[in-house]
Design a protein around this ligand. Structure first.
Ligand SMILES: [Zn+2]
Ligand SMILES: [Zn+2]
Length: 149
């Protein structure tokens, strides 16, 4: 988490009439320090494990605020749970998701970026964000017969 991000987080909480508590900073830090795509529940459990005294509701609410203000990115891989990831520092990337084991692979495709821009231009849209997910079976899961799972 950069000083800039912390500053922005402080401003955002202020706008929401909330205080920048050590607990909320820990929630944000947890996402910043991870390369994973984390559910709010995982963030909550990991904070509990680190003996951070925080309620589940605060974690969920904080993640929601972080997302609303573009400090984290989130996605739904089809199971109805949001997975969050650090946003500010990382460039736009897309995801390949294995529908069997849930493995998420990140990739960047300049062709996709260009095509999106072309589409946006054509319809006179200013792009703010995009969500692009490819669902399939990873190499490992294709080796395992369906019946074993
Ligand atoms: Zn898989
Ligand atoms: Zn990602």
């Amino acid at each position: 988490m950069t000083d800039l991000e912390l500053e922005k987080f402080k401003r955002v909480l202020n706008d929401e009439n909330l205080k920048l508590t050590p607990q909320r900073v820990e929630v944000f830090r947890e996402v910043c320090n991870s390369d994973e795509h984390l559910e709010a529940e995982e963030i909550y459990l990991s904070l509990k494990q680190r003996k951070v005294n925080i309620s589940r509701a605060t974690v969920y609410r904080t993640m929601d605020i972080l997302y609303q203000h573009d400090l984290v990115q989130r996605m739904d891989i089809g199971d109805g749970k949001w997975r969050y990831e650090h946003w500010l520092d990382c460039h736009q990337h897309d995801h390949l998701i294995c529908i069997r084991c849930g493995t998420i692979v990140e990739f960047v495709s300049h062709q996709i970026e260009e095509i999106q821009q072309d589409v946006a231009d054509k319809f006179n849209y200013k792009l703010l964000r995009h969500v692009h997910q490819l669902f399939g079976l990873c190499k490992q899961c294709r080796k395992t017969p369906m019946s074993v799972i």
